[in-house]
Design a protein around this ligand. Structure first.
Ligand code: DC
Length: 698
């Protein structure tokens, strides 16, 4: 089982640019697919949940490509999917564990197959929707009932009320109202609202979707209506219940409501361009880090105008003791009050979380830092999500020493006097994994050595593949970092170590990580081109640095990793993107108080892009070869100057021409250029210390 171990963190601050919203990405993809015309989607989330939507749409014959600038191009099919299977050979769509994908695809498929069957002599089309095992335990009965009531032919292939499902084409007769229950999931209503324009086109009249009973997670419906509006669809709401969330009716009018003509369905019109804003649920972890880690932490990509319900998570933080600043395109959080020893103070809360079902999970770890007991109410929907989230959060919070009570729709957390080290089970639930990373912040009563282990952290790919790298980055941004990049043998290692010593900072020799991996692969006889194997080796590499010595699997390898052959192999494997990604978080974790000096090739550009001081340290290739030659001879290792020169030139070329994170000095980028060809080591050290001091006093 894979795992990552987070050491205690003291602070978080800085800026995080959020990945695209999952809710908006999947809505936009589906609507763009059934619209008429092409849509260029910018800022789309790339994750497992969006991948299953993209894959399903492609299987249905929708063309989805990538533009030169990385945005996604969707060619709308005007309501009619080219591929639709048949009874003998159904089209099988795999939806993973994405509730939004299956619950929005199903009604749209019902409407699309009906629209296409309407003009045909014999209805054809048969689609099977299936997912991972947990998806087959997540209820969909309320939606299926609503659709069957208008004539849809849907069968349960396993348990009644749950996926997998088989859908057969049928011509649905006009009906002026479709009813659905949405007390288990608002996604059922979202699905019907997104399909309604197709029904309306086929039937030649606006269609009303009525909610029977209570509607939960209401803000997601506003998101759906906004997205439909971008595609020319108008939704008019009539609320019956006094609370505004019972008996609501939504009347949907398509982009073009022409008399029925099966050949020209313009239920939705492609908007041309659409930018997906950042994910407000993903923002919750960093905003929470801004409170418990002191902050300020700013997330960009969502702001005060956003309609994503989860931005209201910031209000919950405010109640817990956060200072919140709202901008057009950002939200920023810092602790409002601190204890005499500087720890942020958190207050316990009692909150109805119906409006922020996903982000509310992030309040559970915060409750463990609060003064008093925190109660989160109206969270019954947690029970039927990726896992039973109430049970999962309670079980895992208890491992840290909390006393947790749970009920059908609430959780009550009594924080412990002292947090324990724990290994968190993640239940294949991305939000469990991300939430508990927050317990790695230092608690007032924390001992020095507490760790948080996250088991199977890979589950975050569902919505946020880079989560742990970015989490490490906001923690690193709270620490002063001097990033020194430069070519091989430029003397940066010696200089960086001395700068660290002068300031009492930690030191990271990032090249040593690549060298350690190179040594390990040589010992295992792994070919360096085997990228997946190398990346997984890099993630779990057992290494240690202490007092100038380097350790691999418990063995001292300080000298062994300096061999020229190891350096050359390191340079080769360092060109592999997955290897670099695997080492990113490990490097960022070196940033600890009081500060860090890090040397390598991409310290300032990739690993610590927000470093206060960035240095490009170099020397002529001839003088670097001479220095290396002298070093080797002094150590009694035979060497040839010409050979060393040729090797250095080859490595320079490889390190600076590779596609990912190449070594490069960009003039005017704020990086200090330092040529040490005619400088002594103390002179170089002094130049860097000066650059650091002048930045600090800026
Ligand atoms: O700095 P060094 O010679 O110890 O580095 C060994 C190799 O590792 C080098 O050829 C390129 C690679 N490297 C890298 O790509 N990125 C870093 N940050 C550090 C080293």
């Amino acid at each position: 089982m894979s795992q990552i171990t987070l050491d205690l963190r003291d602070a978080a601050c800085g800026t995080v640019s959020l990945p695209g919203s999952k809710s908006l990405s999947n809505r936009a993809l589906l609507l763009a697919a059934i619209a008429q015309g092409q849509t260029e989607l910018k800022g789309l989330l790339s994750s497992d949940d969006t991948a299953v939507m993209v894959q399903s749409l492609r299987s249905l014959g929708v063309s989805i490509g990538e533009a030169a600038d990385g945005s996604t191009l969707v060619q709308g099919v005007a309501g009619k999917f080219p591929n639709r299977g048949c009874t003998d050979a159904p089209l099988v769509l795999f939806v993973g564990n994405s509730g939004l994908t299956i619950r929005t695809l199903l009604p749209v498929l019902v409407a699309s197959l009906s629209l296409q069957a309407a003009g045909a002599a014999q209805p054809d089309g048969c689609v099977v929707l299936q997912g991972v095992a947990r998806m087959h335990e997540r209820p969909i009965g309320d939606l299926v009932e609503g659709l069957r009531a208008v004539g849809a032919q849907i069968d349960y292939l396993q348990a009644e009320g749950y996926p997998p499902l088989r859908l057969r084409a049928a011509v649905l007769p006009p009906i002026d109202q479709i009813a659905v229950r949405a007390s288990t999931s608002s996604q059922f209503l979202t699905g019907l609202l997104q399909a309604a324009p197709l029904f309306a086109c086929q039937w030649g009249m606006p269609v009303t979707v009525r909610v029977d009973g209570a509607l939960i997670s209401r803000p997601y419906i506003d998101l759906t209506c906004d997205m439909l509006a971008r595609f020319g669809v108008t939704v008019t709401e009539r609320t019956a219940g006094p609370a505004g969330d019972t008996g609501a009716e939504f009347t949907v009018c398509p982009a073009v409501l022409a008399p029925h003509d099966a050949d020209s369905c313009v239920a939705m019109r492609a908007p041309g361009y659409l930018t997906v804003e950042g994910d407000a649920s993903s923002a919750s972890y960093f905003l929470a880090a801004g409170l418990v880690g002191g902050g300020p932490v700013r997330v960009t990509g969502v702001g005060q105008a956003s309609r994503q319900g989860d931005i209201r998570f910031a209000d919950a933080l405010e109640k817990m003791g956060a200072q919140v600043v709202w901008g057009e395109d950002f939200i920023e959080v810092a602790a409002r009050q601190r204890s005499p020893d500087g720890r942020p103070l958190l207050a316990a809360i009692d909150l109805d979380c119906n409006h922020i079902p996903d982000a509310a999970m992030t309040l559970v770890p915060l409750a463990l830092y609060a003064e008093g007991s925190t109660r989160l109410r109206n969270i019954g929907s947690w029970r039927v999500k990726e896992t039973d989230r109430i049970a999962a959060m309670a079980t895992e919070a208890r491992k840290f020493g909390a006393d947790v009570e749970e009920g059908p729709d609430f959780i009550l957390v009594h924080p412990p006097a002292r947090l324990r080290a724990a290994a968190v089970q993640t239940y294949d639930d991305h939000r469990v994994a991300m939430s508990f990373s927050l317990l790695s912040f230092r608690h007032a009563a924390d001992a020095l050595d507490r760790t948080v282990t996250i088991l199977d952290p890979g589950c975050v790919v569902k919505t946020f593949p880079d989560y742990f790298d970015i989490f490490a980055d906001v923690c690193a941004q709270a620490v002063p970092v001097i990033a020194i990049d430069g070519p091989t043998a430029s003397g940066k290692g010696t200089v960086a170590a001395r700068v660290a010593e002068a300031l009492g900072f930690h030191y990271l020799d990032s090249g040593a990580l690549y060298r350690l991996l190179a040594l390990k692969t040589t010992r295992l006889g792994l070919p360096y081109q085997d990228e997946p194997a190398l990346a997984s080796l890099a993630t779990g590499l057992d290494i240690g640095f202490s007092q100038g010595e380097v350790w691999l699997d418990g063995e001292k390898v300080t000298e062994a990793i300096r061999a020229e052959a190891v350096g050359n192999r390191a340079s080769e494997i360092a060109a592999l993107p997955d290897v670099r990604r695997a080492l990113l978080r490990r490097q960022r974790d070196f940033a600890r108080p009081p500060g860090l000096v890090a040397d390598g090739r991409d310290m300032g550009s990739v690993v610590f892009p927000e470093a206060q001081t960035k240095i490009f340290l170099t020397a002529s290739v001839q003088s670097r070869a001479e220095r290396r030659f002298k070093q080797l001879i002094d150590k009694g290792i035979p060497a040839k100057l010409e050979g060393l020169l040729a090797d250095l030139q080859a490595r320079d070329a490889r390190d600076s021409s590779r596609a990912v994170a190449p070594l490069k000095y960009v003039e005017g980028s704020g990086v200090v250029f330092l040529d040490t060809t005619s400088k002594t080591i103390p002179q170089a050290v002094e130049a860097i210390l000066q650059a650091f001091r002048s930045r600090r006093s800026d």
